[in-house]
Design a protein around this ligand. Structure first.
Ligand SMILES: [Zn+2]
Length: 220
């Protein structure tokens, strides 16, 4: 499947899953060291076609395509410019994850084993005015290690080595936020004890060959 087809498929999925509404959200993938494929501004993700996708450079200049570059491209550029292990970025406004971000909280305690292994600590980036430089600035304290972030009063961002990786992180993030919401209707979630956390890392590495590096794990 071509990169364009893969990105369009991810657009459909985030729209069908209700991770975005109307024209919200943007998805991108790195083509090579100098070029990035990204969704245009003002287009519903459920209706994006391959020809609508834009090619931009590392500074956000339009290289190819007819649409308008989103002001939120800054979110993507920060990740590509700071991380050579990131080849896809997905930014959405999923209801539960954004709900938590709006309450002024990150998801920084170890609650679900698959989140500990797949997403690590999920920080909350301080509220920033959309379209301004404040937005990437708010992500800078966490960009070096994070695979998923919450943006205060705004939404969520996930990163991947490829489009599928970034997409599944967004799906896992929203599912976990929703489960957290359910847990809180019963009281308050319990966190995984430190000793059990160490056991989890050890089993993941030995049994499943999942390599947990310091960046993904980020000590709780
Ligand atoms: Zn947004």
């Amino acid at each position: 499947m071509s990169l364009r087809a893969e990105l369009v498929e991810a657009c459909r999925k985030v729209y069908e899953k209700d991770f975005v509404a109307a024209y919200a959200g943007n998805l991108s993938a790195r083509i090579d060291a100098e070029r990035i494929l990204i969704t245009p501004s003002g287009k519903c993700k459920g209706e994006v076609a391959e020809d609508d996708l834009l090619v931009i450079d590392n500074y956000g200049n339009l290289v190819e395509g007819k649409g308008k570059v989103s002001t939120e491209a800054k979110i993507h550029l920060l990740a590509y410019n700071k991380r050579d292990d990131v080849n896809s970025v997905i930014h959405c406004h999923p209801v539960y994850a954004t709900g938590i971000a709006t309450s002024g909280e990150g998801m920084t305690t170890p609650v679900f084993p698959e989140v500990v292994l797949g997403l690590g600590k999920i920080p909350l980036c301080k509220y920033a005015t959309p379209s301004t430089e404040e937005l990437p600035e708010s992500m800078k304290p966490y960009i070096e290690y994070s695979w998923a972030m919450l943006l205060e009063n705004h939404g969520a961002v996930t990163f991947g080595a490829d489009i599928q990786g970034a997409y599944y992180r967004m799906e896992l993030l929203e599912h976990s936020a929703k489960t957290l919401y359910a847990a809180r209707t019963f009281g308050r979630e319990k966190t995984i004890p430190l000793l059990k956390l160490k056991e989890l890392y050890s089993i993941a590495e030995k049994t499943y060959g999942i390599r947990i590096d310091g960046r993904a794990r980020m000590d709780y």
